[in-house]
Design a protein around this ligand. Structure first.
Ligand code: NA7
Length: 576
């Protein structure tokens, strides 16, 4: 196909094309901030297109019972504006989905963002026209856009995964996926409910569904660790602490590896004796939340250290769950702690002590099919009125691939990612000039408190586009060599953690049949990643091709060891 001929564009209604400097896809945390930066700081003409009829992004859709963020609310916030930080008061330690959506509406209204968001439009194709150096973007609703810069702000966990079970269509009851929950809610009163999935979502949903359902059957394929969230209302004293310590909190979340408001301990598991260690774990358990894994430095790196943490959690589960058989199933965990996304919960294990809740092991006896009456495993048929699919997402790549992105010379993103996602910094892909993927695969994203990762990406992209505009450079595009080096670096970082001990996780794409097994996020730590990105920008975007000019400079990946990674966890300045 000759350069500049748009295969996707054939479908476009040529009559209604909105021409812009930049188009942003998605109106969640990323899209809102990117709009603000490009519109009000750089002065570009910008629009956001959003499939929902309101702001919120992932949180617009994620409304299942118990849906709550596992980052602490005061860190799950924008930190670019002191005014917003001061004005918005979170009500609980962890924000529920409704409060997150209220927060994002508050921000969007305060910054007058909604006038530039086109709601109820779902992008179905994006095609680069090399002769014009523009992206042509089409929506399912027939609206078309042309822009110089295309920014995807589509989230990492927004493309739902509903496993294919034979007979699903024959089910006579109701069924729902947690990530596409009806806005009017679901009434479980008096109903026999079956829930498939015990990931972070399932663990949040179980206790809430059990409160009203007549009976809840939980189908567990992989047992999971979970630590109590210890959620609760934020006290006046805590609000005062926040008001007095904003600058320090901002410094902490921007310099820790996971963007959370706690510092990883420098102490190692075997630095202390058994009694002292038990006391530290006990205190971390009582305090609750993701900080549990930060009470020793080496939990994420050393299998022996991890085994000790895992044993503590399993003992806790056994002490909570009264039925020994259920406790056996819940503690038969096949991976080190935190190598799957570590959930936090409110009364998850306690819920199995209720008379109306049963746990079914679908590892030893998998779900064979869905029947008109319910779910059938190798062992039994469970009659149900409602099935809840807490079965997760086609994470990280799913939301990007469903945009049908075509780059230079008609190359499709789906084709070049056939063997797994590849990018430079998780931000750019060779062959796709001026396309920026916020929190894309290859960036820290899901291993970080998301707003921290998002702010860094949005600010980096904004600076990059300003640089292009100021210097009248038509385009920026990652070079293949730099991308290859980055991909190796991403793999190297994952390999020095314990992540490869759990290759069946969605971090590796293993939850989607046929998806290539590639570790997708950057495990080198947010602080280190930020330093690398800053360094690349300072070196006038080394590793990218600018306009027609290929500088020939290729980014050099630093080689990394466990010690480097641990040091990166503590890093306050550039790590490279
Ligand atoms: P997850 O973490 O992917 O969990 C999905 C769950 O569904 C998990 O327990 C899966 O078991 C289970 N599952 C998926 N397919 C099947 C089939 N076919 N049969 C039985 N069980 C199945 O998604 P979540 O929504 O919980 O969490 C995703 C992220 O969203 C989370 O980390 C938060 O950041 C928010 P498996 O473990 O694969 O054996």
């Amino acid at each position: 196909m000759p350069d500049g001929v748009l295969s996707n564009q054939k479908k476009i209604n040529q009559g209604r094309i909105t021409k812009l400097d930049a188009l942003i896809i998605g109106a969640g945390f990323s899209g809102l901030y990117q709009l603000l930066c490009l519109r009000d700081k750089v002065g570009l003409s910008v629009k956001v297109v959003e499939a929902g009829d309101g702001v919120g992004g992932t949180w617009y859709w994620n409304r299942y019972p118990g849906a709550r963020c596992d980052s602490e609310s005061h860190s799950y916030s924008y930190y670019f504006s002191d005014e917003i930080l001061k004005e918005w008061k979170w009500s609980e330690r962890y924000p529920g989905h409704a409060e997150v959506v209220r927060y994002l509406n508050f921000v969007a209204d305060k910054l007058d963002l909604k006038r530039d968001i086109n709601f109820n439009l779902r992008v179905c194709s994006a095609t680069y026209n090399a002769s014009e150096n523009v992206w042509a973007v089409e929506t399912e609703q027939g609206e078309c856009f042309e822009c110089t810069y295309l920014i995807t702000a589509v989230g990492c966990l927004s493309s739902t995964n509903i496993p294919t079970f034979p007979g699903h269509e024959s089910f006579e009851g109701e069924w729902y996926h947690t990530g596409q929950w009806p806005h009017e809610g679901v009434d479980f009163t008096g109903k026999r409910v079956g829930q498939i999935g015990t990931g972070s979502t399932g663990i949040q949903a179980v206790p809430v569904i059990a409160e009203t359902a007549k009976h809840l059957t939980v189908f567990q394929r992989t047992a999971n660790y979970s630590v109590p969230a210890k959620n609760g209302p934020l006290s006046k004293e805590f609000q005062e602490y926040l008001d007095a310590n904003r600058a320090d909190i901002k410094e902490t979340i921007r310099t820790t590896p996971n963007g959370h408001p706690f510092v990883i301990s420098e102490r190692k598991v075997f630095d202390v004796n058994d009694a002292e260690r038990e006391k530290i774990f006990e205190e971390a358990w009582e305090h609750g939340g993701l900080g549990f894994r930060a009470c020793f430095q080496d939990i994420a790196f050393d299998k022996n250290a991890n085994d000790v943490a895992a044993d503590f959690i399993k003992r806790k589960i056994r002490s909570i769950v009264k039925d020994p058989k259920t406790a056996d199933l819940l503690t038969d965990i096949d991976h080190p702690y935190a190598t799957k996304r570590p959930p936090i919960d409110t009364n998850y294990f306690e819920t199995y002590n209720r008379d109306n809740v049963d746990l079914v092991d679908v590892r030893s006896s998998p779900i064979e099919c869905i029947t008109p009456k319910g779910v059938k495993t190798g062992n039994a048929e469970y009659e149900l009125d409602i099935i809840v699919f807490a079965t997760g997402f086609d994470a990280m790549t799913g939301p990007l691939l469903r945009l049908n992105i075509e780059g230079r010379d008609g190359i499709k993103l789906a084709d070049i990612w056939e063997a797994g996602p590849k990018s430079y910094l998780g931000l750019q892909i060779p062959g796709f000039p001026n396309l920026f993927t916020i929190t894309g695969p290859g960036s820290p994203s899901v291993l970080c408190n998301m707003p921290v990762a998002i702010e860094q990406h949005v600010e980096w992209v904004t600076d990059c586009i300003s640089f292009l505009e100021d210097n009248k450079i038509a385009s920026i595009e990652a070079t293949k060599d730099s991308m290859d080096k980055w991909v190796s670096h991403v793999n190297e970082c994952a390999d020095v953690t314990l992540m490869p001990h759990a290759k069946h996780t969605w971090y590796y794409g293993a939850n989607i049949p046929g998806k290539p097994r590639v570790f997708m996020p950057y495990a080198g730590g947010m602080a280190r990643y930020r330093a690398i990105c800053d360094d690349i920008a300072k070196q006038k975007y080394i590793g990218f091709k600018l306009g027609e000019t290929d500088t020939g400079d290729v980014w050099s990946a630093p080689s990394i060891s466990v010690d480097d990674l641990v040091e990166a966890a503590m890093v306050k300045g550039p790590a490279v």
